[in-house]
Each structure stands twice: as structure tokens, then as C-alpha cells.
Write a new protein. Structure first.
Length: 207
């Protein structure tokens, strides 16, 4: 027996229909950095799916260690499967921080790290420490990148140790949109200077 609502099949023989969103995360691809200039997720390449299969894509960053101190973790989008990166993107960023001595706690808007129709890589963290035990972790959510009607919204949260004489715990929140009604089909990650010395990025799809 099937369950149909407004012409859409919800249950078929007791099982949820394949077209019904469930919120389940599906691991699509894992990339591991080793002195890598960039890590790229391109639809149709190396088993990557970045199209209308999923309404939301999540990229999770694990211990991304920069090769250069004070480098900023960043992303950039493509609408032609990576042939060209740099679709105009607008973002806003704020950051909270606490130093290890407990004497400096701040929440502030990062007006030097936001973007207005930028075609360069977009900062999703401020400067990350490059000491042996320092890195950045977090995630980026990209919503409905295959839409041909709307811009492509995303949000990102990163947690890291900054590069300074006194180490700070920092958390950065970025929201923005890739300003195109073309499908976005590739996302690339890098640091603002130097290589990605090590780290793992996992890409998930959510229906």
C-alpha cells in the first residue's frame, strides 16, 4: 500500500519513497592534503557529485594545517566544472576570540575579511597558526547549488588557533552567496599563502 499526498508518493509498500527528503547525510568524497596547493571538489571528476542530486552539500574540515603562519583558510566557486574559478561572491564575517591567558575576550565584525562581489578566493577564517599543534577545523554548508533561478547561499563556521605571540582560541562565522543563477558545480579550498600542509576535507550530500 502506498501513501500519496497532493500527488506525491511518500511511502511505497511501507518504505519512504526515494524522492522524499530525509535529511540523511551521504558521504560523497574525502580529500587528504599533503603539501597541497588546493583541494578541489568538481562535479563528475573523481567520483564527485555536485549537482541537483542533493539540495544541500556539507564540507567538513578536519585539522587543516597551513604551511605558512597567519594564512587564512578560504574557498572559491566555479560554474563551469573548474575550468574557471572566481564567480562573484558577497560575504559577511564576524569572529569571537579568547586568549589563553584569559585577559582578552572579544567579539567583532571582520570588515577586512568580508567580500563584496569578489572574484577572488573568499576568506572563511582569519589567520591560522602554523605551529606543529595549530590548525583550523569546521564546516561549510552550500545550499541548492544546481538552482538556475537563485543565487547560491552558503554558511561556514571555523574554529582555530590564530597566529600570534599569545595564542588565541578563535571561532569565525561567515555567511554569503555566490552571485549567479548558473549552477555551481565546483568548490575549491586553499590557504591565502603557502600550501595546505595537511588535513582532511569530507564532502557530504543531504537530500
Amino acid at each position: 500500500m502506498g501513501l500519496i499526498s497532493n500527488g506525491t508518493t511518500l511511502l511505497d509498500a511501507g518504505a519512504i519513497d526515494s524522492g522524499v527528503p530525509t535529511g540523511a547525510m551521504t558521504l560523497i568524497k574525502t580529500l587528504t592534503a599533503s603539501s597541497s596547493g588546493t583541494l578541489s571538489f568538481v562535479d563528475g571528476a573523481a567520483s564527485v557529485v555536485l549537482d541537483g542530486t542533493y539540495k544541500e552539500y556539507i564540507f567538513k574540515f578536519y585539522n587543516m594545517h597551513p604551511g605558512t603562519g597567519a594564512a587564512k583558510f578560504r574557498m572559491i566557486a566555479s560554474a563551469d566544472t573548474g575550468s574557471n574559478y572566481g564567480v562573484a561572491t558577497t560575504t559577511t564575517m564576524f569572529e569571537a576570540m579568547q586568549d589563553e591567558g584569559g585577559s582578552n575576550e572579544t567579539v567583532r565584525y571582520e570588515d577586512g575579511d568580508d567580500a563584496a562581489q569578489s572574484t577572488s578566493a573568499i576568506n572563511i577564517s582569519t589567520g591560522v597558526g602554523a605551529d606543529a599543534d595549530e590548525c583550523v577545523s569546521g564546516d561549510l554548508h552550500l545550499f541548492d547549488p544546481a538552482s538556475t533561478a537563485f543565487v547560491k547561499h552558503f554558511i561556514s563556521t571555523t574554529q582555530f588557533v590564530n597566529n600570534s605571540g599569545t595564542p588565541y582560541c578563535k571561532i569565525t562565522r561567515v555567511g554569503g552567496y555566490v552571485n549567479t543563477t548558473s549552477a555551481v558545480d565546483a568548490i575549491q579550498f586553499s590557504f591565502s599563502s603557502g600550501n595546505i600542509d595537511s588535513g582532511v576535507i569530507k564532502m557530504y550530500g543531504i537530500k
